[in-house]
Design a protein around this ligand. Structure first.
Ligand SMILES: [Cu+2]
Length: 463
C-alpha cells in the first residue's frame, strides 16, 4: 500500500526543501506563554502539489510548532480550540500534574469548540517529548494534531546543531487528501491500526539537514504516527544513542545503524559527521522490502575545524535517573487479547459480557484482562510511593506500543532505560516496573490509536 507514495510522486514533481523546521513565531505570545491553536486548515506537503491537503493543525503547522520549555520551571501553554469538535492536548511522557495530562473525562473536561484551557507544565526531567490530541486521537491526531516539545537541559552536551526529525505516516488519496472514508474501519482497528501510504519528515516528503564535515549534531527522532512502527536505518557510522523516550541512557551505538521506534517513542542521537564535503548520507524508513529515504545529511563544502570530539556526549542525569526501584513490588498482570486471528471469543463491555460479533458491531476488538475500554474500577489503586510491577502478556497476533501516563518504567527486556512506551511483539511478555509517585488517575493504553479506540485501554490510580 505504501508504494502509492511513489504513485503520487510520479505525478507531482517532488522538490526537497532546505528549511530546517516550520518555525511558527506566533506560538510564543506576550508574557512568555505559548499559544497553541487547534483548527481545521490546509497545508502543502509537497511544494508542487495541485490542491493543498485539508488537515487539522496546531498554529497552522504540520507538525505543530516546536515548543521548547525549561526544566524545573513552570511554563504556560494556552490551548485554544478553534475546531468544530471538542479536543484536549496530552503531553506524552511528561511527569506533570495529573490535571494537566489532557485525558478527557478523566483529568479534565473536553475543551469545547471556541473554548480555551491553560496547561501549566513544570517538567522535572529534561528531554525530547511530544504532544498530541487525546480526544478521538484515531481521528484528530491522524488529521495532524501532533507536535514536538523539548525540555532543555540547563547544561546540554555541546553540539553544533540540535535537529528534530518528526516522522509520520498518512493515508492519502490520489489528490493528496486524507482518505476519510476509511476512518473508523474495523479492519484497521482489528489489525495493525490505520497504516498510511505516505511518509513525512517534519511535515514534508523529505527533510534535508545542511551540515558540515566534522560537525557534531544532536538528532531527536520522534514517531508521531498513529500506528506505524518506524524501522529506521541511518547511514552515518559514528552514532550514539544518548536518550530513549526523553530519558538519558549510557551512550551506546545502535546495532547496525538501525533504530526501531513504536508510535510515541523517541530516540536522541549524537552524530559525529565524518563524511566528506559534498557527500550525502541517508536516513531511511524500512517498510517490508522497501527502504524510503525520509531524510538526509547534506554536507556543504566547508569543514569544521574545531571539532567537539573531546567533549562528553552523555546527557546530564534527570531526577528520574536518580530514582531507585525497591525490591518489593505490588504485582499486577495485564493480559491483552483480541484483534484479528487472536481467538478472543468475547469480553465485558459497559458492564456486560458480549461475544466478539456483538463487540465488533460496536466498534470494539480488544480487551485487557477481559474488559473492553475503561473499567469502572482501576486496574490497581495504590498509595503514592508504591512500587508497581506490571506483568504484560500480549496474548494476540499483533504488536502493541504500551504507554503508561505520568510515569516512566524500567522494562525487563531493556533494563538500562526509563521508558514511557514499550513495544511488545505478538505473543511477547514483558514486565514494566515503576514507582507510582504521581497522585491522580492515569491511563495505560496501546499507542496504536485505533487499538486504544477499539478497547485496549485501562487506568490506575495513585492516592
Ligand atoms: Cu496496539
Amino acid at each position: 500500500m505504501i508504494d502509492r507514495r511513489n504513485f503520487i510522486k510520479a505525478g507531482v514533481a517532488a522538490a526537497c526543501g532546505g528549511a530546517l523546521w516550520p518555525f511558527v513565531p506566533q506560538a510564543r505570545a506576550a508574557g512568555g506563554a505559548y499559544e497553541l491553536i487547534a483548527a481545521a486548515g490546509e497545508v502543502r506537503i509537497e511544494d508542487g502539489q495541485q490542491a493543498p491537503t485539508r488537515v487539522m493543525h496546531y498554529n497552522q503547522s504540520i507538525p505543530g510548532p516546536l515548543l521548547r520549555i525549561p526544566q524545573g520551571r513552570e511554563s504556560v501553554i494556552r490551548f485554544r480550540n478553534q475546531l468544530d469538535e471538542p479536543s484536549t492536548v496530552h503531553w506524552h511522557g511528561m511527569r506533570i500534574d495529573n490535571a494537566m495530562d489532557g485525558v478527557p473525562g478523566m483529568t479534565q473536561a473536553p475543551v469545547a469548540p471556541g473554548e480555551e484551557f491553560e496547561y501549566r507544565l513544570t517538567p522535572p526531567d529534561a528531554g525530547t517529548y511530544w504532544y498530541h490530541s487525546h480526544l478521538r486521537s484515531w481521528f484528530q491526531q491522524d488529521m495532524g494534531l501532533a507536535g514536538v516539545l523539548i525540555v532543555d537541559e540547563a547544561e546540554p552536551p555541546r553540539v553544533d546543531r540540535d535537529l528534530v526529525l518528526a516522522i509520520d505516516d498518512w493515508r492519502f488519496d490520489e489528490a493528496m487528501q486524507m482518505d476519510t472514508a476509511s476512518f473508523g474501519s474495523m479492519h484497521d482497528w482489528a489489525h495493525g491500526g490505520r497504516l498510511g501510504n505516505y511518509l513525512t519528515a517534519n511535515g514534508k516528503p523529505e527533510e534535508t539537514f545542511a551540515v558540515a564535515s566534522g560537525e557534531r549534531v544532536r538528532l531527536r527522532l520522534v514517531n508521531t504516527a498513529n500506528a506505524r512502527i518506524m524501522n529506521l536505518l541511518l547511514e552515518e557510522p559514528q552514532l550514539s544513542i544518548v536518550a530513549l523516550d526523553g530519558q538519558p541512557v549510557a551512550p551506546h551505538e545502535p546495532d547496525g545503524g538501525r533504530i526501531r521506534l513504536a508510535p510515541g517513542q523517541r530516540c536522541d542521537l549524537i552524530v559525529d559527521l565524518v563524511g566528506d564535503p559534498g557527500q550525502r548520507s541517508r536516513i531511511e524508513v524500512v517498510v517490508g522490502e522497501y527502504a524510503y529515504e525520509i531524510a538526509r545529511f547534506a554536507y556543504g563544502p566547508e569543514v569544521r575545524r574545531q571539532q567537539l570530539l573531546d567533549s562528553p556526549i552523555a546527557l546530564p542525569d534527570n531526577p528520574l535517573n536518580r530514582l531507585r526501584l525497591p525490591g518489593d513490588f505490588v504485582n499486577v498482570t495485564m493480559v491483552m487479547e483480541g484483534g484479528a486471528m487472536g481467538g478472543m471469543r468475547g469480553a465485558k463491555y459497559q458492564g456486560r459480557e458480549m461475544d466478539i460479533r456483538e463487540l465488533v458491531k460496536l466498534g470494539k476488538a480488544w480487551s485487557i484482562n477481559g474488559i473492553v475500554d475503561l473499567p469502572d474500577e482501576p486496574l490497581i489503586r495504590v498509595e503514592r510511593g508504591t512500587a508497581v510491577s506490571l506483568h504484560m502478556v500480549n496474548d494476540n497476533a499483533w504488536p502493541h506500543a504500551m504507554h503508561v501516563h505520568g510515569h516512566h518504567f524500567i522494562d525487563d527486556r531493556n533494563p538500562g532505560a526509563w521508558r514511557d512506551t514499550s513495544l511488545l511483539a505478538r505473543g511477547e511478555t514483558r514486565t514494566l516496573r515503576f514507582v507510582a509517585d504521581n497522585p491522580g488517575k492515569w491511563l495505560i493504553h496501546c499507542h496504536m490509536a485505533e487499538h486504544m479506540a477499539a478497547g485496549m485501554v485501562t487506568w490506575f490510580e495513585v492516592t
